[in-house]
Design a protein around this ligand. Structure first.
Ligand SMILES: [Zn+2]
Length: 116
């Protein structure tokens, strides 16, 4: 079995936000706890009626992703860290993937196909 497949399988049950193992991921993305915290941010209040602290940590990450066929500049909205964005990309990978910060002059959505 290819290493990339093994890695993708191992990551399939990992929540990219808290990096904990989860038996199910809501919308294929977050564990139940992280999903509920995100919903609280969207509502603007948590169960105590106060403003969720998570809201201050959510931000946008931009990564250059090279999956061997193309280099793409991708945006990840509402993530808590660059690691969350990296795990999100790794989970959907079907082969080896390389990440980096995009060069400043490359616009979001930039894509360059690689000659194979
Ligand atoms: Zn989580």
């Amino acid at each position: 079995m290819p290493v990339a497949t093994v890695t993708a399988d191992a990551l399939s049950c990992i929540c990219p936000r808290c990096t904990r193992e989860a038996s199910r991921l809501i919308k294929g993305r977050l564990c139940v706890s992280c999903y509920n915290r995100e919903r609280e941010v969207e509502r603007g209040r948590n169960a105590k009626g106060t403003t969720p602290r998570l809201g201050a940590r959510l931000h946008r990450e931009v990564l250059a992703v090279n999956d061997g066929t193309a280099v793409r500049v991708e945006v990840f909205e509402h993530v808590t860290s660059r690691v969350e964005a990296l795990i999100t990309v790794a989970k959907r990978a079907t082969g080896a993937v390389v990440f980096s910060r995009p060069r400043p002059e490359l616009p979001v959505g930039y894509q360059m196909e690689l000659a194979l």
